[in-house]
Ligand binder design. Structure first.
Ligand code: 6PG
Length: 241
């Protein structure tokens, strides 16, 4: 898994850098800016930072549409909900119209939720097949699990083999059932940006960037750019003051 590696000295520096990068990326785009948010813990401080000055005042909220790379099959007010976290940290605090926010309906039964979200994406895209020259998304934020998963593409799941559907369901062992974008949908992006923080991710980050084929994140082949925003601890450099 190639891509440009950007190492920041601390978690706070990582958040600040990505908030600035994402804001300028959105401002430099023309027309609708389609942004895919990731879940988990890592992006929460980034979302909170975007909701504060100066990024809150600079970001083009009025022409940004928010999507998710995956969602746990829970209600939006469940602490596990990825869209719930993004609302608490970001969307409740910035001027985004409700019709610009497209959460995966975690409260629905998984198969119906996946089918509904796939239709949402197909309606937005307006064509039956994803064209590498016309990506579905502008920026896709992704995290990295210690087992090499990204979004909810977990090792050993059937979701890894799904190349026709854009959205599917996953029942990761010992975890809440989830709905996830598949490789084709995640890869259809002008820029996939991974956010990886903390010493616990150093080993898997090294393996994924080394192309470990048993790590789902290493098998992603985005049509656009790939950038890895990591802190020193995740880069295995140890956090220096
Ligand atoms: C989720 C995310 C998932 C996450 C990784 C890393 O729904 O949990 O989509 O892919 O990005 O598990 O999670 P942390 O940031 O909490 O380490």
């Amino acid at each position: 898994m190639s891509g440009n590696l950007v190492v920041l000295p601390t978690p706070d520096a990582l958040v600040e850098h990505v908030a600035s990068w994402l804001t300028e990326r959105a401002r430099s785009s023309s027309g609708a800016f389609r942004l895919v948010l990731s879940g988990g813990h890592t992006p929460a401080p980034l979302y909170a930072r975007l909701a504060s000055s100066p990024w809150r005042d600079r970001f083009p909220w009025h022409r940004t549409d928010f999507y998710w790379g995956d969602e746990r099959c829970v209600s939006a007010d469940d602490p596990e909900s990825n869209s719930g976290m993004a609302r608490r940290q970001l969307l409740a605090h910035v001027p985004v119209a409700p019709d610009h926010v497209h959460p995966i309906p975690g409260e629905m039964a998984p198969p119906g939720a996946a089918a509904a979200y796939e239709q949402t994406l197909r309606d937005v895209y307006g064509a039956p097949a994803l064209d590498p020259a016309r990506p579905l998304f502008d920026v896709t934020l992704l995290g990295l699990g210690e087992d090499g998963h990204t979004a909810s593409l977990f090792p050993g799941t059937e979701a890894l083999a799904e190349r026709a559907r854009w959205v599917t369901t996953v029942r990761p062992e010992g975890k809440t059932p989830r709905v996830t974008l598949t490789y084709p949908a995640l890869e259809s992006s002008r820029c996939v940006a991974f956010l990886v923080s903390g010493e616990s991710k150093a080993s898997i980050l090294r393996r994924v960037r080394g192309g470990a084929s048993d790590a789902p994140a290493a098998r992603l082949r985005p049509v656009g750019e790939v950038v890895w925003f990591v802190d020193r601890a995740a880069a295995g450099e140890g956090e220096r003051s």
